[in-house]
Write a protein that binds this ligand. Structure first.
Ligand SMILES: Nc1ncnc2c1ncn2[C@@H]1O[C@H](COP(=O)(O)OP(=O)(O)OP(=O)(O)O)[C@@H](O)[C@H]1O
Ligand SMILES: [Mg+2]
Length: 451
């Protein structure tokens, strides 16, 4: 009973059984009384139609033969039994005596008495007959019509039996149909289950065939979409790990080389200092890389906590630009600040500073020395725009489409290609956006933030 197939089959069976039981309970008992009622009604109609012509013979000079022929004529006409009874009053009590009858069996006197007393037509169904007594000629006579009801009883029995037989067949069909339909459903669910197991085992290559538009078809479609996304995620993750480990391996390998060289005791102080500078540079690169990788993986996992506060961007840009003075001097570059006096934005100051550092660092490292960098901060359409502009060679259109991807680099500067990926993720997390426009001699990165 645990399987979907069995449960569904049982449900089909139970519903059909209930429907048949309801039909039987409603139809079988009511049917007999409805048929009897109709039979009695038909008999009343016969009485209304035939009584006048028989009544005219009562108290007239018509011969017994005529009276009999009218009574029998009415019986033949209607197919029922007809009896005419005369009423004599003895001591004030009515006495009935048959005058003419289409049958030899005695007519039902009790109903005739009741009709005489009531002075109107009376009808009833007795054990084997439906009877109607119609008093005529001012209660001087009463005509009794009767018809057997055995056919109704046997008809009802036949109908009952037919319902049961048809019900039995319907039940068998429900069982068989239910089993087949449920089997097909169960098979489709099973296919989904097997596909889910394959995905759980890390296999994404087999989409489920979508063979219908019903709910299971929709589910299969959604499942295939999920599988495709998982496959993309999986390959993105594999790429990420491969590139990250390669990026980490390069400085570590280089460090190993320098350590080996430094072990040489006969090294002159000048060379030793140069090697030590290289070692420091590689260590800096490694530590920046590890911080960046950690940031990016936290951002992608959604676990980086961001503060939300009103920040004075004027002060923030001034302070971050100040940090770059030594680097600017070394690069022979100049940085110009164009910031509105009061400019508040809704953001995390630490992360906005991080984005600015990434952008200014790029403007320095990916341009020739002597670059002019302009940092502007202004309000526009209810948003705050923070832009870093340089007059370097610019970014080619093909590279421009990919610069926000992790590990993408478009030149031979020794970057690891994580800066812009982190910056654009951070901007998105603060309900902002990072965009870029570039032409030779003019490259602008714009950070848009809610005011
Ligand atoms: N201002 C710019 N001018 C020209 N090219 C740029 C500029 N900013 C970024 N790029 C290009 O976009 C690429 C991606 O930049 P991103 O900051 O993500 O990585 P990176 O600077 O190479 O390395 P990282 O910042 O991680 O040390 C760079 O390699 C560079 O080719
Ligand atoms: Mg960079």
């Amino acid at each position: 009973m645990r399987s979907l197939r069995n449960r569904l089959t049982f449900m089909f069976f139970a519903i059909t059984l209930l429907a048949i039981a309801a039909l039987y309970v409603y139809l079988a008992p009511g049917l007999g009384s409805r048929l009897l009622g109709e039979k009695l009604n038909a008999l009343v109609q016969v009485a209304r139609r035939e009584s006048p012509s028989i009544a005219r013979t009562v108290g007239s000079s018509e011969s017994q033969r005529v009276v009999r022929s009218r009574v029998i004529g009415a019986a033949v006409h209607s197919g029922d039994r007809v009896t005419l009874l005369l009423v004599n009053h003895v001591d004030g009590r009515p006495q009935l005596s048959p005058v003419a009858s289409s049958t030899s069996t005695p007519p039902p006197f009790p109903l005739a008495y009741r009709a005489i007393r009531a002075g109107k037509l009376e009808a009833r169904t007795a054990e084997i007959f439906a009877e109607v007594a119609d008093p005529v000629s001012h209660r001087r006579a009463v005509i009794v019509y009767s018809t057997p009801i055995s056919d109704v009883v046997s008809n009802v029995a036949v109908v009952r039996r037919e319902i049961l037989v048809a019900g039995g067949i319907a039940l068998l069909l429900a069982l068989l149909g239910g089993y087949l339909v449920a089997g097909r459903l169960a098979q489709r669910v099973k296919r989904l289950e097997q596909a889910a197991e394959r995905v759980a085992a890390g296999e994404f290559a087999h989409p489920i065939p979508v063979d219908s538009r019903d709910e299971l078809g929709q589910l299969a479609k959604a499942f295939n979409d999920m599988q495709r996304q998982l496959a993309q995620l999986q390959s993105a993750r594999e790429n990420f790990i491969a590139t990250a480990s390669h990026e980490l391996r390069t400085p570590i390998f280089s460090l190993g080389g320098f350590v080996e060289l430094l072990e040489d005791e006969d090294l002159d102080p000048e060379t030793r200092r140069r090697f030590l500078d290289q070692v420091r540079e590689q260590v800096d690169r490694l530590s920046k890389l590890s911080v960046d990788l950690l940031d990016l993986s936290k951002l992608e996992a959604g676990s980086l906590e961001l503060r939300e506060e009103q920040v004075d961007l004027g002060e923030l840009t001034r302070s971050v630009s100040g940090e770059f003075e030594p680097a600017l001097a070394q690069h022979d570059s100049h940085l110009e600040l164009r910031v509105a006096r009061t400019l508040d934005a809704h953001c995390d100051p630490v992360r906005v500073a991080q984005i600015m550092r990434i952008l200014i660092d790029n403007a320095l490292t990916h341009t020739a020395s002597g670059t002019r960098i302009v940092v502007t901060a202004r309000r526009s359409n209810g948003r705050v725009m923070l832009a870093v502009r340089d007059n370097g060679e610019g970014i080619q259109a093909a590279a421009a489409r990919r610069i926000f991807e992790p590990f993408f680099t478009a030149d031979d500067a020794q970057g690891s290609g994580l800066g812009l990926a982190i910056a654009s993720e951070l901007a998105g997390r603060m309900a902002g956006r990072l965009s870029m426009a570039s032409e030779p001699g003019n490259t602008v990165f714009t950070l848009e933030l809610p005011a």
